[in-house]
Design a protein around this ligand. Structure first.
Ligand code: GDP
Ligand code: MG
Length: 293
């Protein structure tokens, strides 16, 4: 039996459904999903294993122009995603008319096969879907187009079948019982960050970063110590809230999800600290795990 394996990189604008797609394909909640843009800052790998194949999906941050250092770092993740792909899944949503032409050119130049997925077709009718297919055939010549609903897992089997045809013969890249390459701490910090995004408006979430300082497994409980770094004292105050009500609400929601994720009781100790200008500070970015050149 010939074994196939390879990297499938999911690329698209913010909010088109990249993380939802990867979760549906992998069948576990590996990527965080929220309705706010820019939530996926790091690359996250999701593995799907079969007897004779291994698909390594990678979810990348949304495509945007870098306008401060954090976004530059995010764009580097995208560049690295462009380099190591065997197949691209370029994802657009119904109603969307274009993707950054530089990105299209970049992808075409690699010569790597592209499946262009038109997502969220559950939100529209067949006529509009057919029109969208015709539109994208002209916009992205050479890409194979597949309409899907990542959320409702509609037509994903067509995507998987096509991927298995396109992947090269290769041994597996990762042990077959692993779901992902990221550590427990990473997922816990992502869960907490998701709650920050859901609980606060405007500039607060985008200036926040979460670091899990301690992860101690005891007999009947897991003790987790995490710090949320924000850019300004005013943001720290907002996050704590009146009599600590806001941080308490956030902590409760985060603890609930973490307990589900680790399948154990969790004690969560959350601290909020001010770390000015971390987004523009190379050293701080390194500390929080962003790749630097
Ligand atoms: P990302 O920024 O590209 O990773 O997008 P997400 O996966 O975080 O999804 C953004 C939003 O679109 C979320 O609210 C999802 O629930 C929603 N979404 C994703 N796929 C679908 C879909 O097939 N249909 C509908 N109706 N909503 C979707
Ligand atoms: Mg995402």
């Amino acid at each position: 039996m010939k074994h196939k394996a390879g990297f499938v990189n999911i690329i698209g604008n913010p909010n088109v459904g990249k993380s939802t797609l990867m979760n549906s394909l992998v069948g576990a909640n590996l990527s965080i999903i929220t309705s706010k843009a820019q939530t996926t800052r790091h690359r996250i790998l999701g593995l799907v294993n079969g007897d004779d194949f291994q698909i390594v999906y990678s979810d990348t941050p949304g495509l945007l122009k870098p306008n401060y250092k954090l976004q530059e770092s995010m764009m580097r993740y995208i560049s690295s995603a462009l380099k190591d792909a065997d197949v691209f899944l370029v994802i657009v949503e119904i109603g969307q008319k274009s993707i950054d032409s530089e990105v299209i050119e970049h992808i075409k130049q690699t010569g790597i096969p592209v499946l262009l997925l038109i997502n969220k077709i559950d939100l529209t009718d067949q006529e509009a879907t057919v029109k969208a297919i015709e539109h994208w055939e002209k916009q992205f010549k050479g890409a194979e187009i597949i309409p899907i609903s990542a959320l409702h897992k509609f037509n994903l089997q067509s995507v998987i079948d096509r991927l298995l045809e396109l992947l090269p013969e290769s041994p597996a890249y990762y042990p077959k019982d692993e779901l992902t390459d990221k550590s427990m701490r990473f997922f816990i910090s992502e869960i907490i960050r998701e709650k920050v995004l859901l609980n606060f408006k405007k500039e607060v979430p985008y200036s926040a970063e979460v670091v899990v300082e301690e992860f101690k497994e005891e007999e009947k409980i897991i003790k987790i110590k995490a710090t949320i770094f924000v850019a300004r004292e005013s943001q720290r105050k907002i996050m704590i809230g009146h009599n600590g009500a806001a941080i308490k609400r956030l902590g409760t929601a985060a603890r609930k999800d973490i307990q589900e994720f680790v399948d154990n009781h969790v004690f969560l100790d959350l601290t909020i600290k001010v770390d000015k200008d971390w987004r523009n500070d190379d050293k701080a970015l390194k500390k929080y795990g962003y790749e630097q050149e």
